[in-house]
Design a protein around this ligand. Structure first.
Ligand SMILES: [Zn+2]
Length: 260
């Protein structure tokens, strides 16, 4: 294990472009439940109500959506970045991070200190709400407060009356084109691709390590469980994201110090 941590730290030092790919495992270590796991919100709600088409087509689905979204938002709002988030933010400060491509919508990379331009949010963000008609963006807390005051009525846009929805990507809604393209581009250009806390099964995000590897990058996978890409990875660490990344950061700092 320590050998691997040392090796990965050395690869980060020599890398010219390191891309981090962050999955749900990173957020669960900050206490945010993975909505796909047993006991998650899908046990209590009917996923059908949350397909984008249903959200568009009827008021009852919109209200149910907001009820579930409110329940998911509460732990996100309270969550704090864990040592893995902090290590990724530190990599940016050390000039050792090209970007982080994230599947998480909780904004924890920003709370940890990463800058806007270095975070590609593939599934959008739960920290904002946007109008599906005119795209106007609202602060999430403000809309949650409005929802509370109206007894859960589905909120509408102040400007155009369009439906408001958290700026996350729902089932049946297409991936954000700009972010997805940019994530593919960065994956193809990097020389080191580090997966943290993702089982790499959700597409199209899961194709990115492949893109990186095919373009000559080293692939590192840090995940609690095995992934379909473990066999092609240059290093695989089956462990907690927080402790592993904290270990890598410590080695990284030591080496940077030695190099002067
Ligand atoms: Zn609008």
């Amino acid at each position: 294990m320590n050998d691997k941590i040392e090796k990965v730290a050395q690869w980060i030092i020599t890398s010219k472009r390191t891309v981090v790919f962050a999955g749900a495992g990173l957020s669960t270590e900050s206490g945010i439940p993975d909505f796909r796991s047993p006991g998650g919100v899908w046990d209590r709600y009917d996923p059908q109500d949350f397909y984008f088409q249903n959200f568009l087509s009827n008021e009852t689905s919109r209200e149910k959506y907001w009820q579930m979204a409110t329940e998911m938002y509460e732990p996100m709002k309270k969550a704090q970045p864990n040592p893995a988030h902090l290590a990724i933010a530190e990599m940016e400060k050390l000039g050792k991070l090209d970007c982080v491509i994230t599947q998480n919508v909780d904004g924890l990379h920003f709370k940890a200190g990463n800058s806007e331009e270095r975070v590609l949010q593939l599934h959008g963000t739960a920290m904002h709400v946007s109008c599906l008609n005119c795209r106007k963006s609202y602060d999430r807390d403000m809309i949650q407060e409005r929802l509370r005051k109206t007894g859960g009525k589905a909120p509408r846009c102040d400007d155009c009356g369009g439906f408001l929805k958290p700026a996350t990507i729902s089932f049946g809604q297409s991936m954000p084109e700009k972010e997805t393209e940019e994530a593919h581009r960065r994956s193809s250009l990097c020389d080191l691709f580090i997966v943290i806390g993702s089982s790499l099964v959700v597409h199209p995000a899961a194709s990115m390590p492949l893109v990186a590897k095919q373009n000559g990058a080293r692939l590192v996978i840090i995940n609690r469980d095995p992934t379909p890409y473990d066999d092609m990875a240059d290093a695989v660490i089956h462990g907690q994201a927080g402790t592993t990344m904290a270990g890598i950061l410590e080695k990284l700092r030591e080496k940077l110090k030695q190099d002067g």
